[in-house]
Design a protein around this ligand. Structure first.
Ligand SMILES: *Cc1c(COP(=O)(O)O)cnc(C)c1O
Length: 334
């Protein structure tokens, strides 16, 4: 089967497995796993931030981020389609006791003006606006990329109102290879950043939350409380180090593959609309989602429903040039 349901289906390559097998490890709860420490400081240095903390999932990295920035009864300003709101099981409510204040962005991208208008004045009967979360690239927006100048404006608004700014950067590397922006630019405007190693970068597991020394000190405690303190996690961190060294630039290939799939689909009458393909996510609308998904599956291609009239395909490390050729041929027959 050709796997296009998500970029989380990738399996470690022989090179990555080799790096994992040869990792030097220790007990990370004691801070003594040299490979975890190396991954955390490598990413912190890359982004020009103080420290990082290795987490088992991107959800945990985001949830820790929300927890360390907020107090119960605060609110988190984010897009109504954001991962922290839609796909983290309502965690911000139970883990941190906070409410989302949902904005309606352009393909998931909110603006500084929207943020400013959403910030609540101080009053005993209102929630306290405390944190803004943005997602780049934006999953529900079809892998859309923020304009960096808008992020800078959002940063200024947050600064002016004493709000923190968190980046859900699960696919931040996809954005950066496309725009040429650098990790340090992002490190300079966010109070915390979560990055996933298990999406396009192809590791089996792992995300890192980055921030200031004081913030990551708190984050380590919250990670332990959430059950995310791991022991010889260096075997997993080694995959992350390998991915950062080998799998970043190649993300461009995934983007080219996604664009080619988008072009093939745009030619089909049954496809009503193909969202602009900016990175490795392709979202298109059809009238009969289940029918099209089964047709694709019958011919060997897996995709997923993404809302009542949308289908999502995501390209990744294990989707090869050959797979692309085959998939385009299959699309032509539909
Ligand atoms: C995948 C993803 C995450 C984290 O997901 P996990 O499956 O918990 O690792 C966070 N944000 C976005 C935008 C994602 O796509």
């Amino acid at each position: 089967m050709i796997e296009l349901r998500s970029d989380t289906f990738t399996k470690p390559t022989p090179g990555m497995l080799d790096a994992m097998m040869h990792a030097e490890v220790g007990d990370d709860v004691f801070g003594e796993d040299p490979t975890v420490n190396k991954l955390e400081s490598k990413l912190a240095a890359l982004f020009g931030m103080d420290e990082g903390v290795f987490c088992p999932s991107g959800t945990m990295a985001n949830q820790i981020g929300i927890r360390v920035h907020t107090q119960p009864q605060d609110e988190v300003i984010c897009d109504k389609h954001s991962h922290v709101y839609l796909y983290e099981g309502g965690g911000m409510a139970s883990n941190s006791g906070v409410l989302p204040n949902l904005l309606d962005g352009d393909r998931g991208r909110i603006t500084a003006a929207q943020v400013e208008a959403a910030i609540k004045p101080e009053a005993d009967y209102l929630t306290t606006s405390r944190l803004v979360v943005i997602e780049n690239t934006m999953n529900k927006g079809g892998g859309s990329i923020y304009d960096f100048s808008e992020i800078e404006k959002i940063h200024k608004v947050c600064d002016a109102h004493g709000l923190s700014l968190h980046l859900d950067g699960a696919r931040l590397f996809n954005a950066m290879v496309e725009t040429g922006e650098t990790p340090k630019q992002f490190g300079g405007v966010f109070n915390s950043i979560s990055v996933c190693l298990s999406k396009g970068l192809g590791t089996p597991i792992g995300s890192v939350l980055l921030g200031s020394k004081a913030l990551i000190k708190k984050a380590r405690r919250v990670r332990k409380v959430f059950g995310g303190g791991m022991r010889q996690a260096g075997y997993l961190a080694a995959a992350g180090i390998y991915a950062l060294d080998n799998n970043v630039e190649r993300l461009k290939e995934d983007h080219a593959h996604a664009r080619a799939l988008g072009e093939a689909l745009a030619k089909k009458d049954f496809v009503r609309e193909v969202m602009s393909v900016d990175t490795n996510i392709l979202i298109f609308s059809v009238d009969d989602v289940q029918k099209r998904l089964s047709q694709l599956k019958e011919k060997g291609v897996l995709a997923i429903a993404f809302g009542a009239q949308q289908i999502r395909m995501v390209t990744h490390l294990d989707f090869t040039d050959d797979d692309l050729e085959q998939t385009v041929d299959i699309i032509k027959t539909l």
